[in-house]
Design a protein around this ligand. Sequence first.
Ligand code: ADP
Ligand code: MG
Length: 312
Amino acid sequence: MSEGEFDLIARIRRRIAARDDVALGIGDDCALLAPPPGIQLAVTMDTLNAGVHFPPETAPADIGWKALAVNLSDLAAMGAQPAWCTLSLTLPHADAAFVDGFCDGFLALAAQHDVALVGGDTTRGPLSVSIAAHGFVPAGAALRRDGARVGDEVWVSGTLGDAAGALAQWQAGTAIAPPLRARLDRPTPRVALGLALRGIASACIDISDGLLADLAHICRASGVGAELEADTLPASDALRGAFAADARRVLQATGGDDYELCFTAAAAQREAVQALGARLELPLTRIGRIVAGSGVHCAGLDDLAPGYQHFA
Ligand code: ADP
Ligand code: MG
């Protein structure tokens, strides 16, 4: 480890917030953490590689935000309360300006959710960021992919297709609508929703690869199928303004990177879900139902994206 890398760690360490359950944070060979009694630790890890998961010219602060956001989104999808994370940073050279910018975005989101950075690793190589995040969930209360039952209703939070819309505009070389760009660069992990869905949802997943693909994971794990209506998928005004109806529906159904939650709940929970959306001021939209069988069928997409019509 070079002087430059020690300096980078010092720059990060100076800025991080404390938590009472971190007995020993950055600086020793390991962190020492004290999980509360009776909880299960939800543990997840995601990597972002330059040029693969974000355009190389993405601002360091946006990379920092998104790298943490995609991990907090996984905790949200399990109904876990975020607590701690570790950060593996691989940089082409000891770039203090990059690390400072990265920390601006990373720590802004960490502060919103009281997440402590407790350790990590700093190495040299092509730009890559890996984060492992740890959250708390009461034993047995986690929202899993395998709990959907025939007759349950399928719900989605927020709006769909915005991040994919930004990517489509970027690839087409047209100006990217700022609200769409914001969804791509600074996704909002639906942590409060995930926590509130404990005891209400039967299964849950965050939408990172696209609604149809991610709901198909729930269906496969639960041994059921799903029927959706393309007409009911929620769209932002920005997406409506930027894409005609047909193109928009494909983005909503198949575009990734929105980090909304897709969940199932018994029909008897419908009012509880609606009340939750009102309390959190987050639109929750009923988009279909769980049926016997397998795969995800989406009425209204047939002519637009035939390959996705039966998303096994
Ligand atoms: P070791 O050689 O024992 O792995 P390092 O020199 O890699 O130790 O790291 C020193 C300390 O700094 C450790 O506590 C480690 O967790 C922390 N650390 C290293 N890189 C980072 C990083 N990018 N973010 C947060 N903590 C880090
Ligand atoms: Mg190390």
